[in-house]
Design a protein around this ligand. Structure first.
Ligand code: ZN
Length: 133
């Protein structure tokens, strides 16, 4: 689990693949997650973090998804993406998360029900991006 100042910010079960149970994070990704979570200082529900290649296929994920933790397309060494559920949060919550993530160099995918966040800038040659689904 990821702990800061004695408080559990993410549990292993929140981060592991919902299909396979695998939990393989890209080296350093846990620290970026903590930085984001501490700065955000609001509740975060994790819709999706790690995905095995087969689970990613089963849920219709992109073939080169940065969620894939066991056979990643990019040389990440593990998952470097997280989807934060926003279905029951207000637009203020969404905008705060989007602006903060952008300022911390996360790439941001904006879906009506969740915000996808990834660290492509740390593990691939692709630049930071903000994009809609
Ligand atoms: Zn995602």
């Amino acid at each position: 689990m990821l702990v800061h100042a004695g408080k559990t910010l993410f549990t292993e079960d929140e981060l592991r693949c919902k299909g396979s149970g695998l939990l393989i994070l890209a080296p350093g990704f846990d620290l970026e997650l903590l930085k984001l979570r501490v700065a955000f200082d609001m509740p975060m529900s994790v819709n999706s973090c790690c995905r095995s290649e087969s689970h990613n296929r089963a849920v219709g994920g992109h073939p080169r998804s940065l969620h894939v933790c066991d056979k990643p397309y990019w040389p990440t060494g593990g998952c470097c993406s997280i989807d934060v559920g926003t279905r029951h949060r207000g637009e203020g919550y969404r905008q705060k998360l989007i602006k903060l993530a952008e300022s911390l160099n996360w790439s941001v995918g904006i879906h009506p029900h969740f915000i996808h966040l990834d660290r492509r800038v740390d593990y691939t040659s692709r630049p930071r991006a903000t994009f809609p689904y």
